[in-house]
Design a protein around this ligand. Structure first.
Ligand SMILES: Cc1cc2nc3c(=O)[nH]c(=O)nc-3n(C[C@H](O)[C@H](O)[C@H](O)COP(=O)(O)OP(=O)(O)OC[C@H]3O[C@@H](n4cnc5c(N)ncnc54)[C@H](O)[C@@H]3O)c2cc1C
Length: 336
């Protein structure tokens, strides 16, 4: 009987564990992780569907993984009760750019490059002169709710969990497993090891601002405003190779002053939390199979600023690799 260990209980580990366990209820699947929700990177994240800081991951893969995740969120939104919102977003530039249409434009609602009239309207709304921009309609999650939902789904399918810190892929804890699905995020840097994985530090604030119902990203200043069901995320920094998880006063000023420049009323919004997290940056998402010492490893890490944007589609590809492995195993057994 095949035994599967999923390493990591972030959004990617949970999605893979759910997809494998729900398709193969008789296969033993355990999630092994040092931290579970609400203490993973995704829990603190903005929760916004938007391909961001994922290096040179090929556009066709962003399209496939992102498109499938967008559709999955669509379904959850229709069900209700998952703390998901569907809202317009504006990606705006202070300097003139020749913006091309993203490969994933056809997979989202209402995608458009903004014309001069629309930009002039938005410049009035956000008190900054914007000269280029895009808009589309996207989903924003309150991340702990979606992570808890996936965790419950996995447990309801009789999936097992184990809190444990893995030292390497040769860790004795993995001896009993034939298939290891590696969703360690930044942890892959040490465990694989893979020095292409680097932290991209992000510091954000959460405020109460229920009148804000659009997402805005000022691509030239780096500030962004992402309202969700419970609060409004103000961002943000993206400092590569910075491992500092503490709040830095200078970054707080950058976030609060920068976002208040866009929407002056935010100055009076109640500040409820601040958080600094480390995105698992990599030149490109690593999603591939590797055979090592008779064991199948399926790597799925390095999602940068897009874990909540790509997770369901990436888990579909992981499942496909796993399906193929089972089919080949059956064929070989039949020959014996
Ligand atoms: C400020 C900020 C804002 C963000 N906003 C967005 C956004 O709006 N939209 C979006 O799509 N993405 C966003 N992201 C990025 C997103 O959070 C990540 O891409 C995503 O969380 C990665 O998920 P993961 O499951 O791969 O890794 P993680 O969530 O980091 O989970 C890794 C798992 O592996 C475990 N682990 C690691 N090392 C070990 C070990 N040695 N042994 C055992 N277990 C281990 C951890 O405990 C954890 O369970 C943001 C990130 C930050 C920091």
């Amino acid at each position: 009987m095949t035994k599967v260990a999923v390493l990591g209980a972030g959004i990617n580990g949970l999605a893979c564990a759910v997809r494998v366990k729900e398709k193969y209820p008789n296969i033993h699947v355990v999630i092994i992780a040092s931290e579970f929700t609400p203490n993973t990177t995704g829990d603190g994240s903005g929760g916004f569907w938007y391909p961001y800081l994922c290096g040179i991951t090929p556009q066709d893969l962003l399209c496939k993984w992102g498109g499938e995740t967008y559709k999955y969120l669509y379904g959850l939104w229709r069900e209700g009760g998952h703390d998901l919102c569907l809202l317009p977003m504006f990606e705006l530039y202070r300097e003139k750019r020749e913006l091309v249409t993203h490969s994933w434009a056809k997979d989202v609602l209402g995608y458009r490059i903004l014309d001069e009239k629309q930009l002039s309207y938005l410049s009035g709304l956000y008190s900054v002169k914007y000269v280029s921009g895009r808009t589309f309609t996207s989903f924003i999650a309150y991340p702990p709710t979606i992570l808890a939902h996936l965790h419950r789904r996995f447990e309801a399918a009789n999936g097992q969990t184990l809190q444990y810190r893995i030292n390497s892929l040769d860790d004795k804890k993995l001896d009993d497993y034939d298939v290891v699905i590696n969703c360690l995020g930044l942890g892959a840097r040490e465990v694989v090891p893979d020095d292409k994985v680097v932290p991209i530090r992000g510091q954000i604030s959460r405020v109460i601002a229920p009148w804000v119902t659009n997402a805005v990203m000022d691509e030239d200043s780096g500030n962004y405003i992402l309202p969700n069901v419970h609060n409004c995320v103000l961002g943000g920094t993206h400092q590569t190779n910075d491992f500092n998880r503490s709040i830095v006063g200078e970054d707080t000023d950058f976030v609060l002053n920068g976002c208040s420049q866009l929407i002056p009323g935010l100055k009076n919004a109640e500040l409820i939390t601040q958080w600094a997290g480390l995105r698992p940056g990599r030149e490109s998402v690593r999603l591939e199979a590797e055979q090592r010492d008779g064991k199948l490893y399926i790597h799925n890490y390095g999602h940068g600023g897009s874990g909540l944007t790509l997770f369901w589609g990436c888990a579909a590809d992981v499942l496909e690799i796993f399906d193929k492995h089972l089919t080949e195993g059956r064929k070989q057994n039949a020959k014996l």
